[in-house]
Write a protein that binds this ligand. Structure first.
Ligand code: GDP
Ligand code: MN
Length: 393
């Protein structure tokens, strides 16, 4: 899960990460009021979307830049009016862009140097790591590719956490000395606490800025949270903005389904993540391409199966469906009933191959056969994969 920059700022304040004061606004008038409250001169107006590269982005109506530094509250209001309700395209949004429905008004600071600083979960070392660079405000992937020597990496011990010496080491590597190094260390520690306590998988500050009056402040924020820990992060979950997410994945999560859209044309409906992975593998093995990963869970209901069918069929690339259910906890007959209801409700008109195995499988197969629907039954995984690949060919 991601959050907006204005929400990240709330977390920064809570954990003591230095950042300029900001207020979020949904209308130009609100933006003007927020700007007067913060007070000029020197304000920054920032489009709130779940994507970076806003500064260099362009609105679909031709207006340039999703980040503007202005002098007066009147100017802030005017710029906010130009951004709100418009679609901003950046190198991260794709050509369709993202609708701006909120702007952040913040106190602008005078920047003397920009840095990159992030804490993330590093799969390579199976632990948390700091990534920092003197090349701030730029696309970090590009820095890593062209000038890898400018990337600083520091691993964080899983139980000891971020140590004071590591803060000094990273600050020194960034060229920070004296009081600035002290301030940076304080910010790194506060950010580490935030990262750990909020179950983040990424906090990225780009730029981390040194101001002309020698303050170290976070000027931007990108967060990723571990979805599997959201159950214990009530404050974070409340920050979720579903309008920013893939609508199919939002619908799936509302029904407790694990859905991830892919590029192929064979939709899969499977119970259990491991079985879902093997189903995708065997489809590929027989020359097909899966359209999605979908795990309906161990004890799916008729409603969940119907919801799953609707989500699958919402993808125009889907040319056939493979249902692969192993009835362990689940009763195959309930699944069969769910499949029939879903097929009828969605007026299914593409090939459907069903492989059922396990608990009450005979009754399940009989129910499918008696439905009169055009359902191809399969005996095992290989048989099922071959049949669906042939059906969509
Ligand atoms: P992004 O383009 O989506 O990554 O948005 P950022 O928040 O990083 O803003 C883009 C750029 O705008 C930054 O790299 C800064 O150079 C500049 N910027 C952001 N906030 C301020 C500010 O308060 N004062 C000044 N002078 N520039 C800012
Ligand atoms: Mn940025």
């Amino acid at each position: 899960m991601n959050i907006h920059e204005y929400q990240a700022k709330q977390l920064f304040e809570k954990f003591g990460v230095a950042t300029p004061k900001g207020i979020v606004a949904s209308t130009a008038e609100e933006a003007g009021k927020a700007a007067r409250e913060i007070g000029g001169p020197g304000l920054v107006v920032k489009a709130q979307i779940h994507a970076g590269g806003r500064g260099k982005g362009t609105f679909k109506n031709g207006f340039k830049g999703g980040v503007h530094v202005v002098d007066t509250p009147e100017q802030a209001q005017e710029i906010a009016g130009k951004m709100l309700g418009q679609t901003l395209v950046t190198h991260q949004t794709g050509p369709e862009g993202k609708l701006v429905s909120k702007v952040l008004i913040a106190k602008s600071v005078d920047i003397s140097k920009e840095y990159y600083f992030a804490i993330l979960f590093d799969r390579g070392s199976s632990g948390h790591a700091i990534i920092a660079s003197t090349e701030g405000g730029m696309n970090i992937e590009e820095v890593a590719e062209k000038t890898p020597e400018k990337i600083i990496k520091e691993f964080i011990h899983p139980t000891l956490g971020l140590q004071a010496y590591q803060c000094r080491k990273v600050a020194a590597a960034l060229g920070l000395r004296g009081a600035l190094a002290g301030q940076a260390g304080k910010l790194f520690t506060a950010l580490w606490n935030l990262y750990l306590k909020s179950d983040c998988s990424l906090v990225e500050i780009n730029p981390l800025a040194i101001t002309t009056d020698n303050q170290v402040v976070a000027l931007d924020a990108k967060f990723n949270f571990d979805d599997n820990a959201l159950y214990r992060q009530k404050d974070v979950t409340e920050m979720r903005d579903k309008t920013e997410e893939d609508p199919r994945e939002v619908a799936a999560s509302e029904f407790g389904l694990n859905y991830i859209g892919l590029d192929g044309n064979i939709a899969c409906l499977v119970n259990g993540a491991g079985l879902a992975m093997s189903t995708m593998d065997i489809i590929k093995f027989h020359g097909g391409e899966p359209a999605n990963f979908l795990d309906v869970g161990g004890g799916a209901t008729k409603e969940q199966v119907t919801a799953a069918f609707k989500i699958i069929l919402g993808d125009p690339n889907v040319k056939g469906i493979l249902v692969n259910i192993f009835g362990g906890i689940m009763d195959c007959n309930i699944i069969a009933t769910g499949i029939i209801a879903a097929a009828q409700e969605t007026s299914l008109n593409i090939p459907l191959v069903v492989r059922l195995e396990g608990n009450n499988v005979e009754a399940g197969k009989a129910t499918l056969a008696a439905s009169g629907l055009k359902i191809t039954s399969a005996d095992d995984l290989t048989d099922a994969a071959k049949k669906i690949v042939a059906a969509v060919a």
